[in-house]
Design a protein around this ligand. Structure first.
Ligand code: 1GP
Length: 248
């Protein structure tokens, strides 16, 4: 079974999935294995790894250490073509469709194709849509692109449908890591109505209520990142995972 079938399609057709985003810059190869087994124990369905400025060497060690210590699927979530490493189970092969910067629309994905082929990593084509929040997100700064306005759910739905028509296998509505305002519920609903591929959302989700509402509105996969460092993490993580799994 592919990672796409196991994680994405089961989240769409059965109970929703909870994915934890691990930032390699905040980990060492020692702490990565431990973090992965904590996530696995809490019932997290998969890990996204990447999205930062981490060096390929560190990323490689981290992914290796996670695979040594747990059986949880590891999916690369690369900030650029230099974040493609061996041992990962799959990679989000994505294009920043909300932006108009050729580098993140086509150039970075293009740079990655040979390594992905040589490492034989499963690709999950994904349309990545950055949504406006209360403050500029790191993705906005790094990609030098404008997010889609919060007040235009129809525009987000059209971008999502474009991703589907391109043959992409999922759409990610990204609020931005650590933001105060997650993707609006109405937007999740409109996007869900427009597409039939799995819908992922994350950014600024910190409570069981916030994740439950988003699954009820149609999100298939919920991503949390920063919450891993919060106080009483394991209890909160358990609550979040259980909220995602039981929301439908
Ligand atoms: C970023 O959506 C993720 O891609 C995670 O965001 O760190 O705010 O949970 P947080």
């Amino acid at each position: 079974m592919t990672v796409y079938e196991k994680v994405f399609l089961s989240a769409k057709n059965g109970r929703a999935a909870h994915v934890v985003l691990l930032d390699p810059d905040k980990l060492t190869k020692e702490s990565a294995g431990d973090t992965a087994s904590r996530c696995s124990k809490a019932g997290v369905d998969a890990l996204f790894v990447g999205g930062s400025t981490a060096s390929p060497e560190l990323l490689n060690e981290i992914v290796y250490s996670i695979k040594e210590n747990s059986s949880i699927p590891v999916i690369l979530f690369p900030g650029g073509a230099d974040q493609i490493v061996k041992h990962a189970d799959a990679i989000l092969f994505m294009s920043l469709l909300s932006g108009r910067n050729p580098r993140f629309l086509v150039e970075e994905p293009l740079k990655g194709v040979h390594l992905i082929r040589d490492y034989n990593i499963e690709t999950i084509g994904m349309g990545y849509l950055l949504i406006e929040s209360d403050k500029p997100s790191a993705v906005e700064r790094v990609s030098q692109t404008n997010p889609l306005p919060r007040s235009k759910p129809e525009l987000a739905a059209d971008h999502a449908l474009m991703a589907q028509y391109f043959g992409m296998k999922a759409v990610y509505l990204e609020g931005g890591s650590g933001v105060g305002l997650p993707v609006p519920l109405e937007m999740i609903q409109k996007v869900k109505e427009a597409i039939s591929i799995p819908l992922i959302t994350g950014g600024g989700l910190r409570t069981p209520e916030a994740v439950t509402e988003r699954v009820k509105c149609g999100a298939d996969i919920i991503v949390t990142g920063n919450v891993l460092e919060a106080k009483g993490t394991d209890t909160l993580l358990n609550e979040l995972v259980s909220a995602v799994h039981t929301a439908r």
